[in-house]
Ligand binder design. Structure first.
Ligand SMILES: [Zn+2]
Length: 278
């Protein structure tokens, strides 16, 4: 309890609080009660949400511990074209990083190293079969434990002609195979922790069948507003709130490096949607 009173005193005096997200230090606009934690690491403090703010949605109670990631979340409005998420409207200086495919364990680790070094997160639209067969357990655990999203791309990457012709039943079956592969590789707990309800059709043929399949499964289809050419002259540039698509390929490791050296905060879809503590 001593720790509790020390923490309380510090918090009331300074008006500052530390978040459960180990990498972020945030400013609170008002004093906030700090509860003693017993099971968390010593640098993690579990707090009650400020009484007058809208976030988060969990109701406080006497016994419940509530994890608050930030009281100063990214302020961004998702922009859709029909059902397709295209980008975010925002005044905040951030971009959303999405990385598709993923065949090589070493390339994935190079990208994860860069993301970690720059305190950035990404949404990985992964392939089920190569993920299950080619990636070490250590690599797949890193993806989740370092705060990235796992989202649906395909079990095995179809050719564009095949993707265009797939029925919603075939997408449903592909999604089942993908989820089975990821669950068996990650285990249920890590799968649940990392899974984010986003989908990107390979090559982008957003057919009626695909969109119906996505909607039936609560998956948000995600397009992009810039690609791996964004930093070249006369190409579509990346802007605040943009969604960039890269691929987990050797060629895009250097593009990722270029992106991370820009001034933007680079975040995952879940983080931009403010439904995650990543
Ligand atoms: Zn792909």
């Amino acid at each position: 309890m001593r720790k509790f009173f020390v923490l309380l005193a510090i918090t009331l005096l300074s008006g500052m609080l530390f978040t459960a997200c180990a990498t972020n230090v945030i400013s609170a606009t008002q004093p906030t009660l700090v509860f003693e934690t017993t099971s968390e690491p010593s640098d993690v403090v579990t707090i009650d949400p400020p009484a007058t703010t809208n976030s988060p949605s969990v109701e406080p109670s006497a016994t419940e511990e509530i994890e608050v990631c930030s009281v100063n979340r990214i302020q961004a409005e998702p922009v859709y074209d029909g059902e397709l998420l295209q980008r975010f409207d925002t005044n905040d200086s951030f971009v959303v990083l999405t990385i598709d495919d993923g065949y090589w364990d070493d390339v994935m680790n190079q990208m994860l190293d860069l993301l970690k070094e720059h305190n950035a997160t990404a949404t990985f639209f992964l392939l089920g079969k190569p993920f299950a067969e080619n990636f070490s357990d250590q690599t797949v655990q890193r993806i989740i434990n370092e705060g990235h999203d796992l989202a649906y791309h395909a079990y095995v990457h179809p050719a564009v002609e095949a993707a265009e012709k797939m029925t919603k039943e075939e997408w449903q079956e592909d999604y089942r195979l993908w989820e089975d592969a990821l669950r068996s590789k990650l285990g249920d707990a890590l799968f649940e922790k990392g899974f984010a309800p986003y989908a990107r059709v390979p090559y982008g043929p957003w057919t009626y069948d695909y969109l119906t399949f996505a909607s039936d499964n609560g998956l948000v289809p995600v397009y992009w507003s810039a690609d791996n050419h964004a930093f070249e002259e006369n190409r579509t540039p990346l802007k605040n709130g943009g969604i960039i698509i890269l691929h987990a390929t050797p060629e895009d490791v250097s593009v990722l490096k270029t992106l991370l050296e820009q001034d933007w905060k680079v975040i995952s879809l879940s983080e931009a949607m403010a439904d995650s503590c990543n």
